[in-house]
Design a protein around this ligand. Structure first.
Ligand code: UDP
Ligand code: MG
Length: 317
């Protein structure tokens, strides 16, 4: 059997401080696997510069001059981590790889596990997902919000394994199938949980970041979580409908009771505070429901425009 060509895909946003060390480490990992006859010597590293404002791209070029196993593309602007991963897989797929591993530029994910990913692939698994053992390196906010997000997703009917990361191996077949997902708002973790194929998990430890700071601002995380929910579940829309029904039913009961008070008990109306609270409550719920519907409408708007998902400006292939 021919040895598989492995491509390691790395999304980068303002990662100039990491490129050199990451490349050195990953080339070592590739070399070890090649020496052990696990993968083909045509295996390569594929960087995607997600519109960095620093010198990330020139660092990638420098690494390519040292070793032509280092390839990559650069976006015209920041399109976000999901698009960077997608572009990396799509472009690397054109270079005839058999399997792909995505990993973060800061190598927080344990790169020594790559060997185990490859072994699983060779045993016939098409998707190998990296799952974090714990969230020790995350702050309290990130930890709790992530836990809440996975619980919410499961409640909404999208079964994503908690602490599933963007560290995963995909076979060429999976990447070919992924190319048929043409949506603008991509939530890869959701797609890989519904795309099918033989799947397995590998558990790894997360290291603290060596250089630079996290490029995932709370706002970017919130946007990703919201996209994840609205692009995979319509349960929130149904909840809006039920909420409306419940509120309408309660108002109806209150109306009936007020009518009974007036006609049979002849009670004077003294509930100014009650009315104001009720109006405020219903107003709040209405705005919330319109917001949820608006979120889905926004998604539709994005999809209908059918704009390019990312634009590549430069490439080294
Ligand atoms: N990243 C990206 N585009 C962005 C934000 C992040 O390509 O808009 C990349 C980043 O360079 C890194 C990976 O996504 O390779 C994960 O980001 P980071 O390590 O900052 O996130 P954290 O580990 O803190 O969740
Ligand atoms: Mg990181």
């Amino acid at each position: 059997m021919n040895l598989p060509v492995l491509s390691i895909v790395i999304p980068c946003f303002n990662e100039e401080a990491c490129i050199e060390h990451t490349t050195t480490r990953l080339l070592e990992v590739l070399k070890e696997l090649e020496d052990e006859n696990q993968i083909s010597s045509d295996s390569f590293i594929f960087f995607v510069d997600d519109g960095s404002n620093d010198n990330t791209w020139s660092f990638i070029q420098k690494e390519n001059e040292k070793n032509n196993k280092v390839k990559g593309v650069s976006f015209t602007r920041n399109f976000g981590n999901q698009m960077a991963i997608l572009a990396g897989l799509t472009e690397a797929n054109k270079l005839k790889a058999d399997c792909f591993i995505t990993i973060d530029a800061d190598l927080q994910q344990d790169e020594t596990k790559i060997k185990e990913f490859v072994q699983k692939y060779k045993s016939g698994i098409q998707i190998v997902c990296g799952v974090r053992n714990d969230r020790k390196t995350d702050g309290v906010f990130k930890k709790t919000s992530a836990l809440f997000f996975y619980k919410l997703m499961n409640l909404f009917g999208v079964n994503i394994k908690p602490n599933h990361s963007e560290y995963r191996l995909l076979s060429k077949k999976v990447v070919d199938a992924l190319e048929n997902y043409t949506e603008r708002n991509m939530f890869l973790r959701g797609i890989f949980s519904e795309i099918g194929f033989k799947k397995d998990y590998i558990f790894f430890d997360v290291k603290p970041r060596r250089e630079g700071v996290s490029k995932f601002t709370p706002f970017k995380m919130f946007t990703l979580a919201l996209n994840g929910i609205t692009s995979f579940s319509i349960v929130p829309l149904r909840m809006v409908m039920f909420l409306g029904l419940i509120v309408a039913f309660i108002s109806f009961c209150i109306g009936i009771s007020a009518l009974i008070d007036k006609i049979f008990l002849d009670k004077a109306v003294s509930g100014w505070a009650t009315i104001v609270t009720a109006i405020g409550f219903i107003g709040g719920i209405q705005i919330l429901c319109i917001g949820i519907i608006g979120e889905y409408l926004g998604q539709l708007f994005q999809e209908v425009k059918n704009r390019p998902r990312y634009i590549i400006e430069k490439s080294i292939t």
